[in-house]
Design a binder for this molecule. Structure first.
Ligand code: FES
Length: 168
């Protein structure tokens, strides 16, 4: 199922499981009376849930005895927090000049087609999120694509499609 509530972007629906709620509560309890604990709590909670939906932020606010607007302010300020579900595999395609002219302009279209999503979207099965970046500092390997922590350079389209398929 897909909702369309993030600025027109395709956003998959992911419910927080009872096990995840239990872990969220444990994280909150472990930091309850410590000052400066909001960011570490949010980081750990995001690791558990994969993202920080509104109901989770409200639980954190209540648990740490903070106003929800304070929590929302932090989660929207820092780019390492995500408020929508992201894929198990984050695919970043370099669109810097070297990579663009070496084929990543065409590669982007192929990737969108294969994953069935646009840039900054996540597939319904949460397998992939697709992003573009400006120069990864590896221009000698252009065209470059990074999947999670792995850099794949000198890619041709067929090889790239094969590589993508290796990430479950
Ligand atoms: S332009 Fe792609 S790594 Fe520099």
């Amino acid at each position: 199922m897909t909702s369309d509530s993030s600025g027109g972007k395709k956003v998959p629906v992911k419910e927080i499981t009872p096990e995840e709620w239990e872990k969220v509560d444990q994280i909150i309890a472990a930091h309850k009376d410590k000052s400066g604990s909001l960011i570490p709590v949010l980081q750990q909670v995001q690791e558990v849930c994969g993202f920080l939906p509104e109901e989770v932020q409200l639980r954190v606010a209540e648990g740490l005895n903070m106003h929800p607007s304070h929590v929302f302010g932090v989660t929207t300020f820092y780019s390492f927090f995500t408020l929508v579900p992201r894929g198990r595999n984050i695919v970043r395609l370099c669109m810097g000049t070297a990579c663009y002219v070496q084929g990543n302009n065409k590669m982007l279209g192929k990737l969108k087609q294969k994953m069935g999503i646009d840039v900054d979207e996540t597939s319904d099965d949460l397998r992939y999120s697709l992003e573009t970046v400006r120069c990864l500092g590896a221009c000698g390997l252009a065209p470059v694509m990074v999947i999670n922590q792995d850099t794949h350079g000198l890619l041709e389209i067929d090889k790239a499609m094969e590589v993508i398929g290796e990430y479950e």
